[in-house]
Design a protein around this ligand. Structure first.
Ligand code: ADP
Length: 491
């Protein structure tokens, strides 16, 4: 939606702060709380219930009951789809309020939140459509037997999501899980629980039976870890930091839980001199600064061919200096705050490393204002591949510009990372585009565009950027078990 069509929303109201277990809003067993902060001011928006292992256990029991003894396990697949369509319609009807609450809590601009809401509704509808199309096969086995396969839910799935796209990540997790008939225990990030709780209210209104959708706010080390350890959770779907995924992998080993991971990136964005330079400048800018760089696919390593490098950086810097950083609820704002003091500190730490390691600071490199967690759009030029700012995921509005000369050189350098989430190339040469797409080790490759992500196409990482795929038909594989049934025919 264009920013011109948006008007400033009223300050959203926080309606729900408890835990959702078995379609009831309950206080946590141990009475814990967490503060939800407005990142544009640093002030507390709400005190929210923080669950622990005891609450996780209650939620898992409710989810198990719903699966094994509730109506959910028995209803027609088409009816599951209808419930999901109903939730999508409710979300669409409340999209403005949800977008405002998302912006207030996670700091993304109201334009970006509005875009996310479209993605949420599309995802729920896409997977609602799948619910009665997840089919098994008949298999031509040897001998006088009939063999066929059934696709059945994995069971109770634990879903742990981050703070950068709180609603969209919820939808990416809910969609395939519900379509396949699983029941859910979801933990939102401790920084951003508010919109997930509102979705919980809408799920009850949509008619989901008790226990199908449970939401446990809480900290990763307590509620999250309890989910990973719980013997009656069959699968963990996680989006977050690679270090957390390593911890989860170790802990999940005890119960041999299925796990899928969507993790970080240090995505190469490669601009050749033969590209449409106007489009490439816009694209490179969007690639890094979308949601203040708090995006796992952020185009944070910007490779620019030497012939155009100086002019390209100058044009980027002009745009960076003109970027309107401020109140995310103001429709004129182009970049809101970073999500937390912790992220602000981490970004400024990397800016310091960039300077001390000898990169050229062209723009930004400092906090914006003295309240809230704002960072000026930052450009480092003449970055070397082995500098920390070129290797580590910063998760902020900091781009490293790396000049290059040849296709072979840049392809090798693009792959010289432990990550492999996304990559992009800007060129008019169709050979270069296809060769790069084939050779780059990344789960998503964009040609002459960036951040184009649709619910219909698989999304996920090579290497340490993840395991498994979200979105599209691919996600259904991770939320269903295939059962082979073999029947002897005749005697
Ligand atoms: P970030 O650094 O972006 O905050 P995290 O990986 O720490 O990323 O957080 C992503 C999600 O993982 C959040 O919901 C957080 O609470 C959860 N989390 C953090 N630590 C653990 C853990 N040890 N076990 C399970 N979940 C965790």
């Amino acid at each position: 939606m264009s920013q011109a069509l948006l008007s400033r929303p009223a300050r959203p109201i926080v309606r729900q702060t408890k835990l959702l277990i078995d379609n009831r809003w309950v206080d946590p067993v141990e009475g814990g709380t967490l503060e939800t902060i407005d990142p544009s001011t640093g002030e507390v928006i709400a005190i929210v219930a923080a669950g622990t292992a005891a609450d996780v256990d209650k939620a898992v029991k409710a989810a198990r009951r719903a699966l094994d003894h509730g109506p959910w396990g028995q209803i027609d697949a088409a009816e599951r789809g209808n419930l999901m369509f109903g939730l999508a319609n409710l979300v669409e009807g409340h999209a403005k309020d949800l977008a405002a609450l998302e912006s207030l809590n996670c700091g993304k601009t109201i334009a970006d939140s509005t875009g996310d809401l479209e993605g949420v509704v599309n995802t729920l509808r896409y997977y609602a459509g799948w619910a009665d199309k997840i089919e098994g096969k008949t298999v031509p086995v040897r001998g006088n037997f009939l063999s066929y396969t059934l696709r059945q839910p994995v069971g109770v799935v634990g879903q742990i999501i981050p703070w950068n796209f709180p609603l969209l990540m919820l939808a990416w997790k809910f969609g395939p899980a519900l379509a396949c008939g699983n029941t859910i225990v979801l933990k939102p990030a401790e920084q951003t629980p508010l919109t997930a709780l509102r979705i919980g209210e809408l799920a009850i209104e949509a008619g989901f039976p008790p226990g199908v959708i449970n939401i446990i706010n809480g900290y990763g080390e307590t509620a999250g870890a309890a989910m990973v350890a719980h013997p009656d959770i069959d699968k963990i779907a996680f989006t977050g930091h690679v270090d957390t995924a390593k911890i989860i992998t170790r802990q999940a080993a005890d119960t041999l839980k299925r796990t899928t991971f969507e993790l970080g990136g240090k995505s190469p964005n490669v601009v050749f001199a033969d590209a449409d330079i106007d489009a490439a400048v816009e694209g490179a800018f969007h690639a890094i600064y979308f949601h203040g760089g708090q995006c796992c696919t952020a185009g944070s390593r910007l490779f620019v061919e030497k012939k155009i490098h100086a002019e390209f950086v100058e044009r980027l810097a002009t745009k960076a200096k003109a970027r309107k950083v401020g109140d995310p609820l103001d429709p004129a704002t182009q970049q809101g705050p970073q999500v937390s003091q912790e992220q602000l500190d981490k970004i400024l730490h990397y800016v310091g490393l960039g300077k001390s390691e000898g990169a050229t600071l062209v723009s930004g490199g400092e906090r914006s204002g003295d309240k809230g967690f704002f960072v000026a759009p930052t450009i480092f030029d003449n970055v070397k591949d082995d500098m920390a700012i070129a290797r580590d995921e910063i998760f902020g509005p900091v781009v490293s510009v790396l000049p290059f000369s040849t296709f072979e050189e840049v392809t090798e350098r693009a792959n010289n990372t432990s990550y492999g989430l996304a990559a992009a190339i800007w060129t008019k040469d169709i050979d270069k585009a296809h060769l790069f797409a084939r050779q780059v080790k990344a789960g998503t490759v964009w040609v002459n565009c960036y951040h184009v992500v649709d619910t219909t196409t698989p999304f996920g990482g090579f290497k340490m950027s993840g395991q498994g795929r979200e979105n599209g038909e691919a996600a259904l594989e991770h939320y269903s078990e295939t059962k082979t049934v073999t029947i002897k025919l005749g005697s």
